[in-house]
Design a protein around this ligand. Structure first.
Ligand code: HEC
Length: 111
């Protein structure tokens, strides 16, 4: 098991940065799960500063889930925000959000 983790680490180091892979994964998750209600991921990311995102995505994305679970308008997302899948992906979502946060200095790319 350990060995597999090391192998993954080394290949990540060789092929580019870990962080970038996670940002990409987060973006992909956003496209799949959030886009039907939020047009643009980078725009959403830009709503908050990095620290706010980190706080929001702490404990497997608890804050973001709560925000949606409290809002009737977001009802269609409740199943997802309560799911294990969300908890698993919340880390990638966080990386994506932090990467494009208001104070990240990253200008959203057109895509
Ligand atoms: C079913 C629709 C729906 C889905 C799916 C959904 N959201 Fe939302 N989201 C909402 C609604 C409704 C609000 C409340 C804001 C409003 O009233 O306009 C909201 C609010 C937010 C806010 C707060 C924005 C602010 O102005 O403070 C963030 C950030 C956010 N969503 C991110 C996400 C992310 C990331 C995902 C995917 C993991 C997601 N949402 C999926 C409907 C949705």
């Amino acid at each position: 098991m350990r060995r597999v983790v090391y192998a993954a680490l080394i290949s990540a180091l060789l092929t580019g940065s870990f962080a970038e892979a996670a940002v990409y994964k987060g973006q992909r998750e956003f496209h799949k799960k959030c886009k039907k209600c939020h047009r643009d991921g980078q725009e959403i990311a830009y709503t908050y500063k990095r620290r706010a995102w980190k706080k929001m995505m702490k404990n497997k994305g608890e804050g973001l889930a709560e925000l949606h679970l409290k809002n009737e308008k977001a009802k269609k997302s409740w199943k997802y925000f309560k799911s294990k899948k969300y908890q698993k992906k919340s880390k990638h979502l966080k990386d994506f959000m932090v990467e494009y946060a208001k104070d990240s200095g990253n200008v959203p790319a057109c895509n």
